[in-house]
Design a protein. Structure first.
Length: 55
C-alpha cells in the first residue's frame, strides 16, 4: 500500500472532505413477479424484477 511522503495540511484535508456530496440514486420503475409496480434504485432493478428482492 502506498504511503504519503508528506503530511497533508489540515486545511487541505478539511477542504477535500467538505466538497464531498452524496448523490440521489436514480430510481427505476419495475414490475415485480407478483404484479406490483415499484420504484427502486437502478442497480437493484434487475434483482427486484426477477423476484430476488422485495421492493
Amino acid at each position: 500500500m502506498a504511503l504519503p511522503k508528506y503530511k497533508t495540511s489540515r486545511a487541505n484535508t478539511h477542504s477535500r472532505r467538505a466538497n464531498w456530496k452524496a448523490k440521489v440514486p436514480q430510481l427505476a420503475t419495475v414490475r415485480t413477479p407478483e404484479g406490483e409496480v415499484a420504484q427502486v434504485p437502478q442497480n437493484l432493478a434487475a434483482a427486484v424484477r426477477k423476484g430476488y428482492m422485495k421492493p
